[in-house]
Design a protein around this ligand. Structure first.
Ligand code: NAD
Ligand code: UD1
Length: 340
């Protein structure tokens, strides 16, 4: 490995990309962001500069522009790419499937073409626990059968398959598939965090907006699941742990060089009501809630067996649910309107 290898982060201005950007800097890498700001704000760049003490290079553009991808890789001497860029709203993907297939799969194909043309064949991909569909049991290991229930999930599953096909075609590709469970929390500085546009779909950003007074109450989607308190159980993982997982993935690919697919989760499940109570304790704010009908497509329980990531990457999550709530609250209370 050369000193300070440059890593391209497609979608690096987003929630997970921005935290990974700082983790890469701390580990001695030079991040280069490629983002079209379709779901993020350029204001994040100024925050990253403050936290790093130095500007982060950002190329504004679309990963669907293959020539641009090739140019950016060659211009910056990119050693590896982390592919975050994509759309992620499950409900919207059901209403607008082509928007999701075009950006998530068209983006993947374009990226691979640009990387191939530039001779850069080391890639880490943001996949999701959504590829396990409704798991037959928990905890989930990587060899569980994959399925999908919506176009977003389908795009992640096919994205993984496209990568596998490329490895068969040319074994020089080194690829890491990271299946994230439920990323939450924020940088402990409170300067960067999750900034959803409109009404949040996901639990933690909804809870923080209720706590800050932007929404009257949380709807808890179902309390009749076969779980200890009847509410859905998920594997919430601090975005700082997730960012560290990306650093470990890049180090493994640039070092040992073997491709892998791993879960990034804590291995612990927490119910919706556990999250609500932990958030109240860590924020000192009430989170009023009402029990609402189940959300279509939700599963009762979903949590990881993260042992393979520990074995292959030497990575494991360290932050607790209290850390996740405290950091999410610091970000939300210091930035009630996000980056706007
Ligand atoms: P995000 O929306 O905050 O970040 C995605 C970034 O990609 C945004 O900055 C957006 O502007 C950019 N982008 C989108 N399309 C682009 C394109 N065509 N060209 C260039 N930039 C583009 O999302 P996130 O939460 O940081 O998620 C990152 C990745 O992780 C996504 O692929 C998502 O599907 C995946 N993922 C996220 C979660 C989660 O809960 N956040 C869970 C599992 C997987
Ligand atoms: C959702 C997506 C999944 C995606 C993941 C990360 C669905 C069906 N799945 O997972 O594909 O990878 O986000 O972005 O959308 N909840 C409430 N009230 C709310 C919001 C959520 O009770 O207002 C509950 C849900 O029923 C669930 C838990 O909180 O039990 C977590 O929900 P959420 O944050 O949306 O994540 P997932 O459904 O696990």
């Amino acid at each position: 490995m050369t000193a300070n290898p440059s890593i391209l982060l497609t979608g690096g201005a987003g929630f997970i990309g921005s935290h990974t950007c700082l983790a890469l800097c701390a580990a001695g890498f030079e991040p280069v962001i490629l983002d079209n700001f379709s779901n993020s704000s350029p204001a994040v760049l100024e925050r990253l500069q403050r936290l790093r003490g130095q500007a982060v290079v950002c190329e504004r553009g679309d990963v669907g522009d293959t020539a641009l991808v090739q140019t950016v890789i060659e211009r910056h001497g990119i050693a590896a790419v982390i592919h975050f860029a994509g759309f992620k709203a499950v409900g919207e993907s059901v209403a607008k499937p082509l928007k999701y297939y075009a950006n998530n799969l068209g983006g993947m194909v374009s990226l691979l073409q640009g990387m191939d043309a530039a001779g850069c064949r080391t890639l880490v991909f943001s996949s999701s626990a959504t590829v396990y569909g409704d798991p037959a049991s928990v905890p989930i290991t990587e060899d569980f059968p994959r399925s999908h229930t919506n176009p977003y999930g389908h795009s992640k599953l096919v994205g993984e398959d496209i990568m596998a096909a490329m490895r068969i075609a040319n074994p020089a590709w080194r690829m890491g598939v990271l299946r994230y469970f439920n990323p939450v929390g924020a940088h402990p500085s409170g300067l960067i965090g999750e900034d959803p546009l409109g009404i949040p779909d996901n639990l933690m950003p909804y809870v923080t907006q209720v706590a800050v007074g932007q929404r009257p109450h949380l709807n808890v989607y179902g309390n009749d699941y076969a779980t200890p308190d009847g509410t859905g159980v998920r594997d919430y993982i601090h975005v700082q742990d997730l960012a560290a997982g990306h650093v470990a993935a890049v180090q493994a690919l640039l070092g040992r060089g073997e491709s892998f697919t791993v879960n990034l989760g804590t291995g612990r499940g927490h119910s919706v009501l556990e999250v609500v109570h932990a958030f109240e304790q860590n924020s000192g704010r009430p989170v009023p809630y009402q029990i609402a009908p189940r959300r279509p497509g939700d599963v009762a329980q979903c949590y990881a067996n993260p042992a393979l990531a520990h074995r292959l990457l030497g990575w494991q999550a360290h932050h607790t649910l209290d850390d996740m709530c405290a950091d999410a609250w610091r970000w939300q209370s210091q930035n009630p309107s996000g980056y706007r």
